[in-house]
Design a protein around this ligand. Structure first.
Ligand code: SAM
Length: 271
């Protein structure tokens, strides 16, 4: 189940029902969950609150699976936001799925999605890449892999590494790409900073950043498609698609008229 990323009132009614009704409560941080339940007036009524994260080990995992197999209902919350999203829960969800036990999600707040909705950047296609590595060499390699992706990129970062991240993003993705930094979402000092990667790196360099941040960056500008680049994309697509499907795919991917691409595709498939 998801829990708030700032404002406690972002809890969903369904999450409150789950907290009130589960036989056993399981949490990344048991104190945070107890506190959230106190805020919303949900009594524990003597129920167990078990600590669990992805490194809790096999014994703890088997204990939880055993409880589920006995027919007990378990509610799992990570410290904030949606479990599994740069938070624990993946190993547990995978084990529950593999055991064929019933599982459901109570969706709710997630900093990545909240930031995307505020960013003003295209939301039709996005890639959530989590936290970049903290060492500079590894971070640059990580960013180079993301550079050509045709999607809005969403990253989590600690405020103390934000300036270094933006500088490396400008160097690897190109300083002119539009980017957004969302800070302290749903909290009192919520702030959204927009600009090119070069602008943002300079702004952040000049001030001390506190709190939690999400960094988003627009996709790479497409280079103009040429007859050669269309032909090369078609040759790859034609290996696994019909002429018609390859033409549709490449025309969408390169943003070129379907008619032009179809003509080139026909010529290549016949030649
Ligand atoms: N599971 C959470 C979710 O659904 O967003 C994310 C947990 S991750 C350990 C924590 C990171 O999420 C922070 O370092 C920050 O990058 C981002 N984050 C969480 N809450 C935030 C908020 N209120 N404002 C901005 N970023 C936030």
């Amino acid at each position: 189940m998801s829990t708030p990323i700032g404002s406690a009132r972002d809890i969903t009614l369904r999450a409150l029902d789950v907290l009130a009704g589960a036989d056993v409560l399981v949490a990344e941080d048991t104190r945070t969950l107890r506190h959230l339940m106190e805020i919303h007036g949900i009594p524990l009524n003597g129920r167990q609150v078990i600590a669990y994260h992805d490194h809790s080990g096999e014994v703890q995992m088997q204990r939880l699976l055993g409880l589920l197999a006995e027919g007990k209902s378990l509610a799992y919350a990570s410290e904030a936001g949606t479990p599994l999203i740069s938070d624990p829960g993946f190993e547990l969800a995978r084990a529950v799925a593999a055991a064929g036990l019933p599982m459901s999600a109570a969706p709710g707040p997630c900093a990545a999605i909240c930031a995307l909705t505020l960013s003003g950047l295209p939301s039709d296609r996005f890639l959530f890449a989590g936290f970049p590595p903290s060492a500079q060499g590894a971070r640059r390699t990580f960013l180079e892999d993301l550079a050509p992706i045709q999607a809005t990129l969403i990253l989590y970062e600690s405020p103390k590494r934000l300036a270094a991240l933006l500088t490396d993003m400008a160097a690897t993705l190109g300083g002119s790409r539009q980017a957004v930094v969302c800070r302290e979402l749903t909290k009192r000092f919520e702030e959204v900073l927009r600009g090119s990667l070069t602008d943002l790196a300079a702004q952040i360099e000049r001030r001390e950043i506190k709190g939690e941040v999400v960094v988003l960056v627009d996709r790479a500008a497409r280079t103009e498609a040429t007859e050669e680049s269309i032909a090369a994309a078609l040759d790859t697509a034609l290996q696994s698609m019909s002429v018609k499907d390859a033409a549709s795919f490449v025309s969408q991917d390169l943003n070129v008229s379907r008619k032009i691409v179809y003509r080139i595709a026909l010529a290549r498939s016949q030649g």
